[in-house]
Write a protein that binds this ligand. Structure first.
Ligand code: HEM
Length: 482
């Protein structure tokens, strides 16, 4: 008898929680795929490339889609206008908890995953100052010289086709950081896909001891956590050591530390986590965009010819292009935009979290909802982009130019990307240098299908690709770097 009472009480408790979670503000939840009681639509959550399935849900249910995951509310905004309007609100500026990536892997204090709290505000303030347009352009010399290294290395490797992106990845992330962090970055990108780890659905699993059978995720988390701390600490300590000596080259870390000294602020953790976050958050999407660009060039040889003709006209094939050339390279600039639209580096952005009950377009969106903007879906929206499947840089030129993806590919509201200027600069320099120096092609007899990784940062899956030198590269490099 006592057992039955206990079970009944337990059930009543679960129902109460379930009903509380479903409590409306007099308005219905947005429509979405149906689910089972308590479990919600866990079984319908897409296994990979969730952005494609989410886009289908947008077509079926509308701009705002709701899905329940074990009683947690997940909202998907599939259109540019709804994402912009909703995510611009100050009450949608936090992040959901990621038990695996945040707690177990140690990323909860990074700028990307930190909640909307004083620690995040301090990181954001410091970063805004030093990632602004003028500061960032100071780094164009460094990037220019790193792109020279990239094309030199590619030239050496140009005799045989590439089958992976390792050389590109290595060059884009500075060597010292890469060796410390690249493994961590792969793991992080995977851990951030909702559904990769059960612990994200059942947060209490994070308390299982690492030795427990089946608790592989705990050991994986702890190992990645070490790498994350190295990624954040080692470069920071390196700059501090240099600053105490005779010479220290300019860097974001140095600028932030100097600013803290001026402000007589002795708490360095904001600066440390901010710069660590920049490396982690910045390298992956730039690398992803570069792989997409290479794929697009192979699939669209006429676009490649056109852009190379434009670059040749400006450089005379005698030097590498520089950021100062940008006003004379409209087609190339449109190519970069089309690359970001065609396959956004972070197709689902980074989810936001509501910090209060909201109403939107006649629906209720409860506090603590996880909110995604389907950036990939926005890029494929036929009401904004004509023939969205085709790769046409021309869409961004002339009086009828379509909406620039820069309006949405970097996210929305208070959590929008802080690295936009750096991203623009580095993509420009790397892409222009590669396209000026090489014809990008596939070996004879190979047909390439566009395929992308399912990770949060989604890159083109490697395929056999040749980089055929198209300039006397030694001549081209002479005098190209200031
Ligand atoms: C093409 C390159 C890039 C793309 C497409 C991109 C895109 C994004 C997106 C979609 C978000 C989430 C915005 C949101 O929550 O609404 C984001 C956040 C962020 N990005 Fe980028 N990003 C790029 C490059 C960079 C670079 C180069 C850096 C740093 C140097 C950087 C640093 C960050 C940081 C720190 C955040 C977290 C901001 C916060 O939560 O407060 N990103 N980025």
């Amino acid at each position: 008898m006592a057992e039955r009472v206990l079970v009944a009480l337990l059930l009543a408790f679960c129902v109460a929680i379930y009903l509380k979670k479903r409590k409306q503000l007099g308005l219905p939840l947005p429509p979405g795929p149906s689910g089972l009681p308590f479990l919600g639509s866990v079984l319908k959550w897409p296994k990979g490339h969730a952005w494609v399935e989410f886009n289908e849900w947008t077509k079926e249910f509308g701009d705002v889609v709701h899905i329940s995951m074990m009683g947690n509310h997940v909202v998907i905004l599939g259109k540019y206008s709804s994402a912009k309007l909703f995510l611009d609100k100050s009450t949608v500026a936090s992040r959901p908890q990621f038990p695996m990536a945040g707690d177990l892997m140690g990323l909860a204090a990074t700028m990307v995953l930190a909640p909307h709290d004083p620690h995040w505000k301090k990181m954001r303030r410091l970063t805004h100052i030093f990632m602004g347009k003028n500061y960032v352009e100071e780094f164009s010399g460094v990037l220019q010289s790193s792109s020279k290294d990239l094309v030199t290395m590619m030239y050496k490797e140009s005799a045989k086709p590439w089958n992976n992106w390792d050389p590109l990845r290595k060059c884009i992330g500075e060597q010292i950081f890469t060796s410390l962090a690249e493994n961590a970055l792969d793991r992080i990108s995977y851990a951030l896909i909702v559904g990769s780890f059960w612990v994200d659905a059942f947060p209490t699993l994070k308390y299982i001891p690492p030795w427990f059978p089946g608790a592989h995720f705990r050991r994986h988390g702890a190992d990645t956590r070490h790498r994350v701390f190295d990624m954040v600490n080692l470069p920071f300590e390196h700059v501090k050591k240099d600053m105490s000596g005779a010479s220290c080259p300019p860097s974001v870390t140095r600028n932030m530390l100097e600013r803290l000294t001026e402000e007589k602020d002795t708490d360095e953790s904001g600066a440390k986590w901010a710069t660590g976050s920049l490396y982690g958050a910045g390298m992956e999407p730039v690398y992803a965009a570069m792989t997409t660009l290479i794929l697009a060039m192979v699939l669209n040889p006429s676009v490649q010819e056109k852009v190379q003709a434009e670059l040749d006209g400006v450089t005379g094939k005698k030097r590498l292009p520089t950021y100062e050339d940008r006003d004379e390279l409209p087609y190339f600039s449109a190519l970069l935009q089309e690359t970001l639209r065609w396959h956004p580096p972070i197709p689902l952005g980074v989810p936001h979290c509501t910090t209060s009950d909201e109403t939107y377009l006649g629906f209720s969106i409860p506090q603590n909802s996880t909110v995604f903007a389907n950036l990939w879906g926005i890029g494929r929206d036929g009401s904004i982009y004509r023939e969205p499947e085709s790769f046409r840089p021309e869409r961004f030129l002339g009086p009828d130019a379509e909406l620039s993806p820069e309006n949405w590919v970097f996210g929305f509201g208070r959590r929008a990307c802080v690295g936009t200027h750096y991203a623009r600069l580095s993509l420009f320099i790397y892409a222009a240098s590669i396209l000026q120096t090489f014809e990008i092609a596939v070996p004879d007899g190979i047909t390439v299908q566009p395929e992308f990784s399912p990770n949060t940062n989604s890159f083109a899956l490697p395929f056999p690709v040749k980089f055929v030198p198209r300039v006397d590269w030694l001549e081209a490099l002479k005098g190209s770097v200031p």
